[in-house]
Design a protein around this ligand. Structure first.
Ligand SMILES: Cc1ncc(C[n+]2csc(CCOP(=O)(O)OP(=O)(O)O)c2C)c(N)n1
Ligand SMILES: [Mg+2]
Length: 326
């Protein structure tokens, strides 16, 4: 019961968080199916399955007006921030009704209506943008925070250094959340990083280090994210490292590396959905019907999203040049 006293979330909010996690998992499963059926195009599509507790746990610590930004592994973050799954699925299919008018697709989707700024394929390229959004918030004193998701691989290029350094120098309201899923494509963190405890990078920038958290556990992520968001809102940048795991290959075009089978099995035993479900059952012994309802609601929402996306029109020739400035 101790978890309940630590979180300020109500039962309804916790069920909603679980619902989002289930929705993300089902959305990604459906995307994989549609990609294999050639209904979703592109050479790459990066799924978030396995990382749901990190995305949903962290975003739950935000206010609706706060901002999120992430890499190409972005569908789950958009769902966590409150994007409509119908418009997200339409985006996946390149339809006009998509969150980015069908022009972003899997890797470059953004949903301005919920302050989800994308979706970036250049590793680390969104970090300076996060600093820029945070600078705007600080400049206009609007009290909003930026939550920037950072891959473990993205901690090793120049964007990371420049963006984190500036955020510290200018005391920007940004939370850097490193999603350490153990690999950047097929390269393990220890092979790519001189200091594989990535949260320690905070020290180099004189930034508040919120340490390592179990990214498979919604409650753990939510708790530390709340502290970090509060710190960013009142004081300056914060850094968190969440240890998480992706169940699929780097992208849909990769096969899962054979040596990962045992490792994957171990992580799947600590599946974020299972952990959350178990904790909810402990906290609320009468919750079983609500959990079953979550499953059926998620299945229905995905089915409706696919129907909406398939029936939606493709962008017109004029749409192609809309919002393009020359
Ligand atoms: C600047 C740049 N370098 C290399 C690539 C190729 N690339 C695409 S994803 C990726 C791995 C990034 O891994 P990580 O940051 O850990 O994110 P994850 O895919 O694990 O979520 C690389 C090297 C790229 N897109 N951009
Ligand atoms: Mg990674």
């Amino acid at each position: 019961m101790s978890e309940l006293t630590k979180t300020t979330l109500t039962r309804a909010e916790l069920v909603e968080a679980y619902h989002q996690m289930v929705l993300i998992r089902r959305f990604e499963e459906k995307c994989k199916e549609l990609y294999n059926a050639r209904k979703i195009g592109g050479v790459y599509m990066h799924l978030y399955s396995g990382q749901e507790a990190t995305g949903v746990g962290a975003v739950k610590a935000l206010k609706p007006t706060d901002h999120v930004i992430t890499s190409y592994r972005d569908h789950g973050i958009a769902i966590a921030k409150g994007s409509d799954v119908k418009r997200l699925m339409a985006e996946m299919l390149g339809k006009r009704t998509g969150v980015s008018g069908g022009k972003g697709g899997s890797m470059h989707l953004a949903d301005v209506s919920v302050r989800m700024w994308g979706g970036y394929a250049i590793v680390g390229g969104h970090l300076p943008l996060a600093a820029g959004i945070a600078l705007k918030s600080k400049y206009s004193n609007d009290g909003d925070v930026v939550l920037c998701f950072v891959g473990d691989g993205a901690t090793n290029n120049g964007y990371f250094h420049e963006a984190l350094n500036l955020s510290a120098v200018w005391d920007l309201p940004v939370v850097w959340l490193i999603e350490n899923n153990l690999y950047g494509m097929g390269t393990p963190v220890e092979v790519a990083s001189g200091q594989p405890e990535l949260h320690k990078r905070a020290i180099a920038y004189g930034m508040q280090d919120f340490g390592r958290v179990d990214g498979m556990d919604f409650f753990a992520v939510y708790e530390v994210a709340q502290q970090a968001v509060e710190y960013a809102r009142t004081t300056g940048p914060a850094l968190i490292e969440a240890i998480t795991y992706r169940y699929e290959g780097h992208g849909v075009s990769d096969r899962i590396y054979m040596k990962r089978v045992e490792e994957m099995r171990a992580y799947q035993q600590r599946d974020p959905l299972l952990i959350m479900e178990k904790k909810l059952r402990e906290l609320f012994p009468d919750i079983a019907p609500e959990l079953a309802q979550v499953e059926s609601a998620a299945a229905a929402a995905i089915e409706e999203a696919v129907r909406f996306a398939e029936e939606s029109p493709v962008p017109t020739a004029e749409d192609l040049v809309r919002n393009v400035y020359a």
